[in-house]
Design a protein around this ligand. Structure first.
Ligand SMILES: Cc1cc2nc3c(=O)[nH]c(=O)nc-3n(C[C@H](O)[C@H](O)[C@H](O)COP(=O)(O)OP(=O)(O)OC[C@H]3O[C@@H](n4cnc5c(N)ncnc54)[C@H](O)[C@@H]3O)c2cc1C
Length: 403
């Protein structure tokens, strides 16, 4: 009898971690990872932070070194794209003309940057090569325009300032990070960037980006034109669902999976940025494009591939580092009716809580560490809290509930 073969499409964090979990859970069969990048699987967060400003070496990005894959008998096929899934014959077709039979299949194909309509001369930040290109540019350019005031855009602006460039951020909404954080906390980030010399152009659309070889011109909706040596766009990402759609899996803003990371085909699973996962606590599907999901969903996916029941019910978690601000965020802010701050807001050492009906839905610790445990407990408990006690740093977080 031949040993079972598990195939993983996508050699990013979720793909590599699923292979690791399969071995950790005792799977002895064949594991093959197919990835269209030439690199070993790597972590992307440093691409807009330490790696971009030259403070992290390339080797430090890799999830595992090359030996790990051979030691673990994980076959890693890099530089190869999966082009089609045939669910009837259980085969994956590859760009090199080969095919791979599978018993279980994981889709860990991640996401790709959303592109501007005129994209010539515009930089994006998703892959190591993108970060390398921008890093080189930082040594010659004097100015950068960032289109999009989301996480990646703001991190790129912070890196540009750190490298000594003038930076302008153009954001269509009235504040950066507005959908992610809501008005009260988004203001903190707007102030942070202004204080570090970033020119924030808010509430205005980009109409056209043009490059004449000398520099880039960005025309805004009010007719004004900004000029800079380079433009980087961070206007969101779209999940890489093409393979899943083409083979008839359920797709709705990501590959739809249950809490066990199983798709509408019982032998196909999905994890990481590409997966829209049913969350048992929140009672709905969520696609979370963050590092922690790609890191932790694989344990549940691997368990399901091995016919074990291990639901994924972690709260969404995100972190960022910009200038001297480091933060961690837990939960979801949807439907919140109030934000409570605890600590020193002007000094940027505080915790923000998003409440709905006096129940904590999300929490963000800024330059305060080792508090995610109690914040998570508050969100999970779902009990009403006293907002005044919550705001008082003298009262431990496990003593803020009303009863
Ligand atoms: C610049 C940047 C900064 C970030 N910073 C943070 C941060 O500070 N905090 C945070 O929480 N998160 C951050 N993130 C998000 C985090 O990096 C992602 O959530 C994480 O990388 C998702 O991992 P993944 O394995 O699901 O997908 P990916 O890392 O995208 O990996 C998927 C891989 O599959 C490949 N692939 C796609 N289709 C195919 C195919 N058909 N055949 C073969 N291979 C294929 C892709 O090319 C890619 O290599 C950042 C992301 C970026 C880009």
């Amino acid at each position: 009898m031949t040993s079972p073969r598990f195939v993983i499409i996508g050699a990013g964090l979720a793909g590599a971690k699923t292979a690791e979990s399969l071995r950790a859970k005792g799977f002895n069969g064949q594991v093959t990872i197919v990835g269209d990048e030439e690199q070993l699987p790597y972590e992307r967060p440093p691409l807009s932070k330490d790696y971009l400003v030259g403070n992290a070496a390339r080797d430090s990005l890799y999830v595992h070194d090359a030996e790990w894959y051979s030691d673990q008998r994980v076959e890693l096929r890099t530089g190869i794209r999966a082009t089609r899934i045939d669910r009837t014959s259980r085969r994956v077709e590859l760009s090199d003309g080969a095919g791979l039979g599978y018993d279980k299949l994981l889709l860990a194909t991640g996401a790709s940057p959303r592109l501007l309509p005129d994209t010539a001369g515009v930089h994006y930040l998703r892959r190591i090569e993108d970060s390398d290109r921008l890093k080189r540019l930082f040594t010659t350019a004097a100015s950068l325009i960032v289109v999009g005031g989301g996480w990646i855009g703001l991190e790129a602006a912070a890196a540009a300032r750190q490298a000594g460039l003038a930076a302008t951020v153009v954001e269509a909404l009235e504040l950066p990070l507005l959908p992610a954080l809501g008005r009260d906390v988004a203001t903190v980030f707007a102030d942070l960037h202004r204080q570090h010399g970033v020119d924030l152009r808010l509430g205005i659309q980009v109409e056209h980006v043009g490059n004449d070889g000398q520099g880039t011109r960005v025309r805004l909706a009010d007719g004004s034109v900004l000029e800079a040596d380079a433009v980087v766009a961070g206007i969101g990402a779209v999940p890489n669902t093409g393979l899943a759609e083409a083979c008839g899996l359920r797709v709705d803003n990501g590959v739809v999976v249950d809490a066990n990371l199983r798709t509408s085909d019982p032998d196909i699973f999905a994890a990481g940025d590409v997966a829209s996962v049913y969350h048992p606590l929140l009672g709905r599907h969520l696609r979370v494009e963050h590092w922690a999901s790609a890191l932790k969903q694989p344990a549940a996916a691997a368990a399901s591939m091995l016919d074990k029941d291990e639901a994924y019910d972690e709260l969404p978690y995100f972190y960022t580092d910009q200038y001297d601000l480091g933060m961690e965020f837990l939960g979801t802010i949807d439907g919140h009716d109030r934000v409570v701050f605890r600590g020193d807001l002007p000094g940027r050492e505080f915790i923000a809580f998003w409440l709905k009906n006096n129940r904590v839905r999300a929490g963000m610790n800024v330059n305060i560490w080792d508090v995610t445990g109690p914040i998570k407990a508050l969100i999970r408990a779902g009990r009403p809290v006293h907002p005044d006690r919550l705001a008082d740093p003298g009262i431990p977080l496990d003593q803020v509930a009303t009863a």
